[in-house]
Design a protein around this ligand. Structure first.
Ligand code: FAD
Length: 383
């Protein structure tokens, strides 16, 4: 009997692994489970804040990614029973597996800060991005030059900065009265990154009239305002929180070892249960002292090796060890972009059209790998 391999999630981790598994295991019974029947190019989801029509370009139907022999089950995973080897779905229909790959991504972390969960918007899905667009547009329509709408973005990592850039593009395109604030608890934006990159991104944000507040953690959020450890409270019309990630609730009680709710895995992606592999944002994969960041780039790389490793496990072959390769950072600030530490490029940090083209090319390459170059070319202007 052929092995039953089940993949959870249709993000970079899940979609990438499906491609690899189909190549490695033509005779396996592969089942792909996800809550939506499309893959969202999440690392470009912030574009929807500016223009909701972008959604059609960054959602790829699973039917265009998988081969006809792979079964797709649309459903919300509520748990995994590793003893029974079943995935539990919200509609009660369980899915059995011999080998499981978990690629469920992450959810927003609120760190127990009072009122944050209840009063902020998040950016983790297409619906989130559309909701932010609506909230910004509504607030702008009720504002005036004398009383502009205040859009506050908490967290100055990749998603917060790129979202601020898109709100700025929306403001400029619609000549909308909007003040934009980017709030970061630590002393610098893009915490932990090279100061040259931080400085260049900051310059672009300031040129786009984004006010940057750093070094003062949010202590509470109410319906009207955000309170800080030291500074004066900041009232808002739209509050987007992008300040951290944690693992998916669905994996809470599955008995697998985890750290901060993210499943821990060896460098070969095997979890504390040999039959269960985990990759992408939902996992912390052992990389010694240099843990891989929760990025699309890392999930994309991991998916390829994880797919091969499940095939090796089924064949009784030794598993490969994954080493995350940092291929640099490319970040958009509206129509502009900054690239840093990109291999082969002699400049450490660069911007203007080379960075903007690189940003587009990365997303286009992913879309082409998952579906077709035709779809990638069609999406180019939206990336
Ligand atoms: C606005 C934004 C900008 C970003 N920019 C960059 C960037 O420039 N570069 C970069 O490398 N990274 C970037 N990232 C991070 C990157 O998008 C993530 O690291 C990446 O998406 C992780 O891939 P994943 O497959 O682990 O999870 P995801 O892409 O989040 O996929 C998770 C999948 O699981 C599904 N799912 C979740 N829960 C359930 C459930 N209970 N039941 C069924 N299905 C479920 C989801 O629908 C989804 O299909 C950005 C993120 C955001 C939000």
């Amino acid at each position: 009997m052929s092995a039953k391999v089940v993949v959870l999630g249709a993000g970079y981790a899940g979609a990438g692994a499906i491609k690899q598994l189909e190549e490695e295991l033509p005779n396996a019974e592969i089942t792909w489970v996800s809550d939506n029947d499309y893959h969202l190019v999440l690392h470009e989801a912030h574009r929807v804040i500016r223009d909701p029509r972008v959604k059609d370009k960054i959602t790829l139907p699973v039917s265009d990614i998988k081969s006809p022999s792979t079964r797709f089950v649309q459903g919300t995973v509520t748990g995994v029973d590793t003893n029974e080897r079943t995935v539990e779905l919200a509609d009660g229909d369980d899915v059995d597996y011999d080998y499981l790959l978990v690629g469920l991504g992450s959810q927003t972390a609120y760190y127990g800060i009072p009122g944050l969960d209840e009063n902020s918007l998040t950016l983790k899905s297409l619906d989130d991005a559309l909701e932010i667009h609506e909230a910004v547009a509504d607030a702008a329509s009720e504002a005036s030059r004398n009383d502009p709408a205040k859009v506050v973005i908490g967290g100055a990592g990749l998603s917060g900065i790129q979202s601020a850039g898109e709100v700025a593009e929306y403001r400029d395109k619609h000549r909308a009265p909007i003040d934009i604030y980017l709030v970061e608890a630590l002393d610098e934006i893009m915490p932990g990154q090279d100061p040259e990159l931080q400085g260049t991104v900051k310059k672009h944000l300031l040129e786009k009239d984004v006010e940057i507040l750093t070094g003062d953690p949010i202590t509470e959020a109410t319906e009207e305002e955000i309170q800080f450890d030291e500074g004066e409270p900041l009232d808002y019309d739209v509050f987007l929180w992008t300040g951290g990630i944690t693992g998916r609730e669905a994996m809470d009680d599955c008995g697998l070892d985890n750290e901060h709710n993210r499943v821990t895995a060896e460098a070969n992606f095997q979890t504390s249960d040999d039959r269960v592999f985990a990759i992408g944002d939902c996992a912390i994969v052992d990389q010694g002292d240099n843990p891989a960041p929760p990025t699309a780039q890392a999930a994309w790389q991991a998916a390829e090796v994880a797919g091969k490793n499940i095939a090796r496990e089924i064949r009784g072959q030794p598993l490969a060890t994954w080493t995350h390769e940092d291929k640099g950072t490319v970040i958009s600030i509206g129509d502009e972009a900054v690239a840093h530490d990109v291999p082969v490029v002699p400049l450490n940090t660069f911007n203007s059209w080379p960075a903007e083209t690189l940003k587009k090319a990365i997303a286009a390459r992913w879309i082409a790998d998952m579906t077709s170059w035709g779809r990638a070319v069609d999406a180019w202007d939206s990336l």
